[in-house]
Design a protein around this ligand. Structure first.
Ligand code: FAD
Length: 443
């Protein structure tokens, strides 16, 4: 029997076709998806560059492009969204300001292309120098939590506890003169330190310029919090690994009540001075003497104020927590960065709310393009009034005086949200004589 040589060839290799075709299709699909992802990532990166959002707050990955094999393991391992992504066949830090230093990327990289560093060539990050007990070069002043450079809830909790264990061993405390320790800040580090101070039966005072919970209490509603089990003094081991902001805050509130610790919220530390071998701490509410001070003030800074009459009214706040609370209200948002724009956009979506956005410059050049577009859409739809080149002059219970284009406007007002950035604590550390090291992209 005569067999067509071509058919016999195909016959011999038909099993290859059965496998090769699906593999080729899958490969083409994978390459297509990767190209699309790269395009979208490079758009994110471009908009961050345009908005000047190029510097991570603290610890972040530095990617060695020569070693990177673009396997994307780092981006998959990162618990935050859109921080890392492939752009033109290499991984880039596409959203630097959203990096909070989990460090999961470095652990996931199979070729060691990621190093975790502080600061960058452009912007140095000041890291205070502390010893193994978290004491600074100024004897009696301790630093715990993110202010010391290491972010994350678990690190803050364990440093707060360790610093207080060290303070409790000092000989110059329990003198009966003033406090043994003043804890400044009540985020995870200050909370854990306060529980530990109570456990050690110290005479302590804990203050926070805002509310209990620190940065965690300001996370967006419903944020998934990734953490690791930690040991809370008086409470025991806490086994959370993944939870929501609300569940974590509820757990902490419960622990705070059970342990019966006292925390003065709404009290800001203004200065710390050496005084007769101890310290004099001046706050917005009083002057106290203390043998030691634990600074657990994080790195987010103190919100910048407007310094206008009426700013101390309770309706003036420095962060948006829940847009829904502004339904049917007349609201003024002040600022031109992303948080101001995002606050104005989300409040403008609330039924019955009237929103004005006041910014002193002529354009929102510091904000992401996506937010600028949303602001102009809301303005065009009549849901938002934008007042560029404007300045708040006075706040009263029912109105706000805003100077705009040489005219003084009186806006009806129920609430003011000031989103004008923060004053970082590093200047204050230097004033206290605490040695800091400025890191430019090194570990
Ligand atoms: C959006 C976002 C998401 C995050 N997600 C996670 C996550 O999923 N998992 C994780 O582990 N970490 C996460 N982090 C990081 C984590 O929140 C911080 O590392 C942690 O809160 C640091 O704790 P801290 O106690 O050192 O400081 P903070 O929590 O920042 O608390 C500092 C406190 O000090 C107070 N303070 C400051 N100055 C003064 C002053 N002069 N007088 C009185 N009080 C003062 C502040 O009001 C504040 O309450 C995230 C951070 C952000 C911004």
């Amino acid at each position: 029997m005569n067999v067509n040589p071509l058919l016999s060839l195909v016959g011999d290799y038909s099993f290859l076709l059965v496998y090769a075709v699906p593999v080729l299709v899958m490969w083409a699909f994978y390459i297509g998806r990767r190209k699309l992802a790269s395009k979208s990532n490079s758009r994110i990166l471009e908009s961050m560059l345009k908005a000047g959002l190029t510097e991570p707050a603290s610890l972040h990955p530095k990617i060695n492009r020569d070693l990177c094999i673009a396997c994307n393991s780092c981006a998959i391992a990162c618990p935050e969204q859109d921080v890392l992504g492939i752009v033109d066949d290499k991984v880039e830090l596409i959203n630097p300001t959203h990096c909070i230093g989990h460090g999961a990327c470095a652990a996931a990289c199979p070729v060691g292309a990621i190093e975790l560093v502080f600061g960058s060539e452009k912007r140095g990050v000041d890291i205070p120098k502390v010893d193994a007990t978290f004491e600074t070069n100024v004897p009696g002043i301790y630093i715990a939590g993110e202010l010391g450079g290491m972010g994350l809830i678990r690190n803050a909790v364990s440093q707060g506890r360790q610093a207080m264990d060290a303070i409790a061993k000092r000989r110059d405390i329990r003198t009966g003169k003033g406090y043994d320790v003043i804890i400044v800040g009540c985020g995870p580090a200050g909370f854990s330190a306060t529980l530990s101070a109570k456990q050690h039966k110290l005479n302590y005072l804990t203050i926070d310029q805002e509310s209990f919970g620190g940065t965690v209490s300001h996370y967006p509603r419903g944020k998934i919090v990734m953490t690791q089990p930690a040991e809370l003094p008086l409470i025991g081991s806490v086994k959370f690994t993944e939870t929501s902001k609300e569940a974590l805050m509820a757990f902490w509130e419960d622990a705070r009540n059970k342990a019966q610790i006292s925390i003065n919220t709404g009290e800001q530390m203004l200065s710390v001075k050496k005084h007769q071998g101890a310290f004099e701490v001046t706050t917005s509410k009083g002057v106290y003497n203390t043998a030691t001070v634990l600074l657990a003030i994080g790195r987010r800074g103190t919100p910048r104020k407007l310094d206008v009459p009426g700013e101390d009214l309770p309706k003036v706040v420095y962060r948006l927590v829940d847009p829904e609370q502004y339904r049917d209200k007349h609201v003024l948002v002040v600022g031109g960065g992303d948080s101001a724009l995002e606050a104005a956009i989300s409040i403008a979506e609330q039924p019955g709310a009237t929103v004005s956005l006041s910014y002193r410059s002529a354009a929102f050049s510091r904000a992401k393009e996506k937010n600028r577009e949303k602001v102009s859409a809301a303005e065009t739809a009549g849901r938002l009034r934008v007042l560029l080149k404007s300045e708040v002059k006075e706040i009263t219970t029912e109105s706000v005086a805003v100077e705009h284009d040489g005219q003084l406007l009186a806006l009806r007002n129920d609430a003011v949200i000031v989103s004008a950035g923060g004053v970082l604590p590093t200047g204050m550390l230097k004033e206290l004589g605490i040695a800091v090291e400025t890191k430019h992209g090194v570990a």
